[in-house]
Design a protein around this ligand. Sequence first.
Ligand code: ADP
Length: 279
Amino acid sequence: ISYDVTASQVSLTGQNAVLVTFNDVTHLERAGQMRRDFVANVSHELRTPLTALIGFIETLRGPARDDAEARERFLATMADEAHRMNRLVADLLSLSRVETDERVRPTDRVKPADIVTTILHRLEPLAEAAGATLSADLPAQDVALPGDEDQLGQVIGNLVENAIKYGGRGVSVTVTVSAPAYEPQLRGTGVRLSVADTGPGIDPVHIPRLTERFYRVDDHRSREVGGTGLGLAIVKHIVNRHRGRLRIDSALEKGTIFTIILPVEAPGAGHSVTSRGAS
Ligand code: ADP
C-alpha cells in the first residue's frame, strides 16, 4: 500500500498542531505501473518487426544486392513484417477507441445472427486456406438488442479468427446464437453468442489472464499466426461496453468455447424484462 502524506500546520482552539493526512494512492501507483508496462510492451512489439526490416534493408543494399532470388525472398519477409506492424497499429487504435467509449452504452439496435452471418461469410476464404470448417447455429427468429454493429462484428471476427489460427488443420468452428432467455448474471433477458472450436484447447491456468493485453499462451505460435496479443483485450472491452459477460471454457485436446452473454434490453427497461424473463 502506498500513501501520499501531507502535513499542514493548523491551529486548534489557539494551540498549534500538525494535521497529517494519509491518502491511499495504491490504485494510482498501480495504474501508473500498468501504463508504463503497456508503453514498454508496445515499444517492444513495434521494435521487433522494425529491427527485422532494418536488417533486411541493409542486406539488400549490401550482400544480396545482385542476388535476384534472395531479393524476392527478403522482400516477401519484409512485406510480412510491415503487415504485422500495420495490424498492431490497427489493433492499438481499436483498443484505444473501445476503451474511450466503454462508458457510453450503444443505442442502436442490432441483430446478432445477421452480424454472425456477415462475418462468417467474410472469413470463409481464411478458413478454407487454413483447412478449417465454419458453421453457424442461428435462432429461427433473430432478436434485436442494443449494440454497436461494427464492434460486435469485431468480437465475432476476433474469436472466429483465433479459433481458425490456433485450431490447426481440420478444426471445426461453430458459432451459435441462442434465443433470448433469462440470464441470472444479467438479472434480465440475454442472448448467448458462442464460438466453439475443436482445436487443442487452452490450459486452465492461462484462462484468467487471456484477456490481458499482450498475454499469449504460446508466444512463438501467436507470432507465427500473425497475432498481436490484443484481440481478446479488445473483445473484453467491447463486451463491457455492452454490459455483457464473457465466459471461457476450455479443455486440453478437446477445444475451446468463448461465450458472450448480451443483454437484450437497455437499462431502465430492466424491471419488466426481469419478470418477463423469469416467467
Ligand atoms: P493473439 O493476437 O496472440 O491471438 P489474443 O488476445 O487474440 O492474441 O489471444 C490471446 C492468446 O489466447 C493467444 O495468443 C492464444 O495463445 C490463446 N487463444 C485464443 N483463442 C484461442 C483458441 N480458440 N484456441 C486456443 N488458444 C487460443
